[in-house]
Design a protein around this ligand. Structure first.
Ligand code: ADP
Ligand code: MG
Length: 582
């Protein structure tokens, strides 16, 4: 066949396929248009998961009568005028593709009134062709009704999932926009039933309460909007939002919602940054609930990567990744409830911020005691964390809970020990002791393994190579960013050695680990983390006893090398009091 330019109708159908994948895509484009039009109230209605009907009603600017047809032409937009604009996108839409794409694969009716005109316009399109137009009296704003979606693209229709699934996608979409735009009022009516509504008060937590329930929303930890992070200057990333404490988790990644400049995006790498920040804090196979808003110079992010604009590309991807991981991790460490014995569950609080806890630990060297706090009428007595130097009494292992905690009994009551954190502590002290004694702590691999790194990872590895060698990694440069691994620290035996090395390096990259003593300690902690038993591992009685004995011998048994507690202690006194025996 000779080469020829495709007829407009076919080109439009192809473009539509990229933008409009399913009913929720239509909702997305219409809601974005409403937001771009300055609406303060956006009502979404769907029937049969959006196959039969989707309607979006907004009170935004409307479209002037003489531009209504134009709005349905391909590449027609009021949001861009120059190539430079493309570098600096502040609106949700800009490609001028949504309305023509929707019109190409459905029956569309739009009624719109420009705010400066007295009457509105009704226009009807079928398969992209205008089939009707008339004047209409209405309040300023726009109503778009989309019916019989994919009526002329049977292949697409066939790939649609069950009505409930499609309705679920629409629900996810509307609620995400409500989170990103808490100052706007959203409502979603599904098959005649109001299933979601936000009040437009500007309070994100209030929107989250309507999506996830009051209890869950209350527990979420706010990520402080604090200083911007990143490479400094123009490409800095502002971060705020909410993350779940380790006690709240979900069965899938679905409730990790990321937004860039208030655009809901899907980004595997950032998603990974978030879940990594929770590593060892959540049970295996569980995921956090996260709603994170990234703010950056529009020029620092390319949103014109994908027709549906759900994927973006960052100018400084590494810095964005690190900023996200750091912010989430810091929020968890600073704000997550630390061992509180007592009324928490019943009284809905109190929460002991970790920072406060650590500061007190620093302030009170050598002092162990009880602290009395009043929270409302609930008196909370809390065993002061023992200072780092205090050793553990002899403990008797009782068993394992949730494949994550060891239950032990001691002279002063019950101890719940986090197996991973405890093992990290033990390995950390072993490694430090061996280093100090210049003992050989290296274990030769049966066969050398090649480790391929990214340029960034290789750079960081080179920086820390002397210390890595001191810890027992035998590494040779193997050309490019590839290394040959011949030996690893003995504490890593039983792990995937190359994987462990990459994980350590990755943590260095993400954590911006400084050189010097602090960096050294962090790198060593990171190696120990790889070698430690994980939550989710079943331990035998003998293994638990060995671990607890080693912990008893540790000089700072109560915190892991990252500063988290290794155990919660419920004193005999406390138990007696709780059971009403005293
Ligand atoms: P884009 O949003 O990329 O500009 P669309 O095809 O979604 O492209 O819309 C084309 C144009 O129609 C928009 O630029 C805008 O001017 C106008 N428009 C669409 N929807 C609305 C709306 N709800 N209110 C006001 N104007 C709208
Ligand atoms: Mg648009």
């Amino acid at each position: 066949m000779p080469i020829k330019v495709l007829p407009e109708e076919i080109a439009a159908r192809i473009a539509a396929g990229e933008v409009i994948e399913r009913p929720a895509s239509v909702v997305k484009e219409l809601v974005e248009n409403a937001i771009d039009a300055g609406a303060t109230e956006i009502k979404v209605e769907s029937r049969e998961g959006g196959r039969r009907l989707i309607r979006v009603i907004d009170n935004g600017s409307g479209i002037p009568a003489d531009e209504v047809e134009l709005a349905f032409q391909r590449h027609a937009t009021s949001k861009l005028s120059s190539v430079e604009d493309l570098e600096y996108i502040r609106t949700l839409g800009f490609r001028g593709e949504a309305l023509p794409s929707i019109a190409a694969v459905a029956h569309v009716t739009m009624v719109t009134r420009w705010r400066d005109e007295a009457v509105g316009t009704l226009i009807r399109l079928e398969g992209g062709q205008v089939v009707g137009r008339e004047r209409r009296g209405m309040a300023p704003g726009t109503v778009v009704t989309v019916e019989h979606l994919f009526y002329n693209t049977p292949a697409r229709l066939k790939f649609l999932k069950a009505v409930a699934t499609e309705a679920g996608h629409i629900y996810a979409l509307v609620t995400r926009y409500a989170m990103a735009y808490p100052e706007l009022r959203f409502s979603l009516v599904n098959d005649g039933r109001l299933i979601f509504q936000s009040l437009g008060t500007g309070n994100v937590r209030e929107v989250l309460a309507r999506v996830y329930g009051l209890e869950t929303a209350r527990e979420l930890l706010a990520v402080e909007s604090g200083e911007a992070e990143g490479t400094g200057g123009r490409w800095e990333v502002g971060l705020n939002g909410f993350v779940s404490p380790p006690s709240v988790h979900r069965g899938s990644r679905r409730d990790i919602s990321l937004f860039v400049n208030r655009r809901w995006i899907h980004d595997r790498s950032l998603n990974y940054a978030v879940t990594e920040a929770y590593r060892t804090l959540l049970p295996v196979g569980r995921f956090p609930l996260v709603v994170l808003f990234l703010t950056m110079d529009p020029a620092a992010v390319d949103v014109n990567v994908h027709p549906a604009k759900a994927e973006v590309r960052f100018r400084e991807a590494g810095a964005v990744f690190a900023a996200v991981q750091r912010a989430v991790r810091r929020t968890l460490l600073d704000r997550a409830p630390v061992p509180v014995i007592g009324h928490r569950a019943r009284a809905g609080g109190p929460v002991w911020p970790g920072r406060q806890w650590r500061e007190r630990q620093r302030r009170l060297p050598g002092q162990v005691g009880l602290e009395v706090q009043r929270t409302g009428d609930v008196e909370v007595r809390r065993q002061e964390e023992a200072p780092a130097g205090e050793r553990l009494p002899m403990l008797r292992v009782v068993g394992q809970v949730a494949q994550a905690y060891i239950v032990a009994e001691g002279p002063q009551g019950l101890y719940l020990i986090d197996q991973h954190a405890a093992h990290e502590r033990v390995l950390y002290e072993q490694l430090q002791a061996a280093r100090a004694g210049r003992k050989n702590i290296s274990q030769q691999l049966l066969e050398p393994q090649t480790v391929e790194l990214s340029p960034e990872q290789a750079g960081v590895l080179e920086e820390h190579l002397p210390l890595l060698r001191e810890l027992g990694f035998a590494l040779e440069h193997f050309g490019g960013n590839t290394y040959l691994l011949r030996a690893v620290p003995a504490i890593l035996k039983g792990t995937d050695p190359a994987g462990a090395l990459v994980a350590v390096v990755e943590e260095m990259v993400a954590g911006n680990v400084p050189l010097g003593a602090e960096g050294e300690a962090r790198l060593i902690a990171s190696v120990c983390k790889q070698g430690a038993v994980k939550a989710g591992q079943t331990l035998s009685m003998a293994e638990m006893q060995a671990l607890v004995q080693q912990l008893e011998a540790a000089s700072a048994p109560r915190t892991c090398p990252h500063g988290r507690p290794t155990m919660i202690h419920l004193s005999a006194d406390f138990l007696a009091r709780e059971f009403g025996r005293t």
